[in-house]
Ligand binder design. Structure first.
Ligand SMILES: *Cc1c(COP(=O)(O)O)cnc(C)c1O
Length: 218
């Protein structure tokens, strides 16, 4: 089923939109089936799970971190991941920068936007985004390539549109600023329920789990 699901979604997506398989709780075998169907990007929420899956799958696909990254996991994370989509503080960016300089790597990152402006949620508040990006942009071993957002979950994906639209506006505003070291190339938003709305609002990476791998049982 996973194989067919990936084929179907890849076929359905517009050519300029990349499919990222949100793989939390999935086994390396399940992920490998998706990769064999043409999935190019695997999104992982936990460094430990990513390590286990990477040991089996390796460089057959790109690995993106899409969960909150704890400082003490940064050293391990920079070895595996090709992109970290959840940078939301100077502290985390600096830790990534340091760990990357030790292994001679420049890490592509997305800045996570707390587009629904929920107190307890990850991501930088929209109004703080520009100053955060300016501070992070000077770090030598980090390359800012765009934005990521979750938005607040709504049963009707139409109600998530405002969060996606707000994030696209920030994306366009930052692109127009031409900040040195910042390239606004990727906009990662939308999940199984909401990816169509997200694409209409400008997403070019969609993070899809359930629709590819089935319902999560844990
Ligand atoms: C789980 C997850 C997704 C995908 O969610 P589905 O509803 O299963 O498609 C996307 N993004 C992040 C950050 C996730 O943790």
């Amino acid at each position: 089923m996973i194989y067919q699901n990936v084929k179907r979604v890849l076929h359905e997506l517009p050519g300029d939109v990349e499919l990222e398989g949100a793989a939390k709780t999935r086994s390396p075998e399940e992920i490998l089936e998706a990769v064999e169907a043409g999935l190019n990007i695997i999104g992982e929420n936990y460094v430990g799970e990513a390590e286990e899956c990477f040991a089996v799958i390796g460089k057959k696909a790109k690995w993106h971190m899409i969960g909150h990254l704890q400082s003490r996991k940064v050293k391990k994370a920079v070895k595996i991941f090709d992109m970290i989509e959840t940078v939301d503080s100077v502290k985390l960016a600096s830790a990534i920068d340091r760990a990357c300089s030790e292994i001679g790597k420049v890490m592509p990152v997305l800045i996570e936007i707390n587009s629904a402006e929920e107190e307890q949620k990850a991501g930088v508040m929209p109004s703080d985004t520009v100053s955060l990006i300016k501070e992070i942009s000077v770090l030598k071993n980090i390359n800012i390539l765009g934005l990521m957002t979750m938005g607040r979950y709504e049963d009707d994906p139409e109600n998530m549109r405002p969060y996606f639209r707000k994030t696209k506006k920030i994306f366009d505003d930052i692109r127009a600023m031409n900040i040195p070291g910042v390239t606004m190339k990727y906009l990662s938003m939308g999940m199984s329920d909401s990816y169509k709305v997200a694409i209409e609002e400008g997403a070019n990476i969609v993070r899809i789990g359930t629709m590819l791998f089935g319902e999560r049982t844990i």
